[in-house]
Ligand binder design. Sequence first.
Ligand SMILES: *Cc1c(COP(=O)(O)O)cnc(C)c1O
Length: 417
Amino acid sequence: MSSSSSSRIANPPSPPSSSATTTATTGVQPPPPPARFQLPNSSSSTSTPDNAEMLRSVGRDFRSDTVTIPTDRMFTEMALASRGDDVFQEDTTTADFEASIAALTGKESGLYVVSGTASNQLALRTHLAKCMPPSSVLMDSRAHIHAHEAGALAMISQATTLAIKPANGRHLTWEEDVAPNLVPDTGDIHLCPTRVVALENTLWGTIFPHEELEKISRECRSRGILMHLDGARLWNVSAKTGKSMRELCEPFDTVSLCLSKGLGAPVGSILVGPNSFTRSARHFRKLLGGGVRQIGPLVAAARVAVEDHFPKLPHTHSLASWLASQLSSLGVKLPNGEPETNMLFVDVQPLGFTNDQLNARLAEEGIKTWAPRIVVHHQIEASAVKRVVEVVVEMKGEVEREGKIREAGPYKKKGMY
Ligand SMILES: *Cc1c(COP(=O)(O)O)cnc(C)c1O
């Protein structure tokens, strides 16, 4: 009965480009597909980006390990990714990747987010939702969460930051930095109790000693204080020390890992932690506008970044070490010592010129640096690393022969990210 009644219902309209069956039965040519909508001021059909040139350009770009470009395999995998709605939690590529990273880090679950800032801020917002305000979060004064996230903690979580300068100049310690500055919840209404300690590893390319992390974690957890890690570059720690990601994440309740810095995904970070945490963080991600619908292809690109580029990090570290030792033997100071991972800090003043003059001279040949900081990423060309050394040799020679260097064109200095 139902089939006879439905057969009386006319078919819905066909899409504008007719199907092959229509052609076969009528014998007439199908109409051409509708013309593309033309956007105003658009030249996209005539200008093709020169991606080979872009790859050569990032191969000479030492400003940050975020200046990489997506690889061909990323696009292959993007085309194969599932196209489900991740807000409905119906995207298998995303769910599989989140589960893989959770397993890798020894946490219950993961949540893919669009940026490291989103990841850190969602983590803190979620942790702080569990306690009564007022709250404080303790961290290194150089921490990205404090210095480079546009004051988000105060705005989004209404918490205050205890930004501590490490006594040893390298990393926070329990005895000298955390214990004396923690604000305990004593019931004194003047105080703002510390609910979370947020550490960063690596911080400015420096590895946080694992025993110290464990000590801070043990002491904090015994006081009911939560531990968050900004592990944007934790991949580098694992690559350098040989410790597993799981072991490095163990002292923390939650960890944020960057997929775009260092590893070179076009987009994304991932936040890992307990199921109850991730469920709540997903809620905050949505309310802050970070729920992304068909995100599978971007997640597929991020998976390629982990699979293909995590194994390349040791090479970036050896290039950074090689560069540091060459520069150091020329008389360049390394204020932070030997590089531990992919970043070095230089002071060329002893050679008779400034870091900015070096930046300007390198910029003349398309080598981009923000000295004092120099960062090696997986697409840096060995020839560019060598060229940096040669330019320093040339400039040193000019000072020795003529008492000064040839001035380069103006150079505009920006921040460090
Ligand atoms: C870059 C960075 C972030 C933030 O990442 P975005 O994706 O740029 O928001 C967080 N932490 C550290 C240590 C970083 O270097």
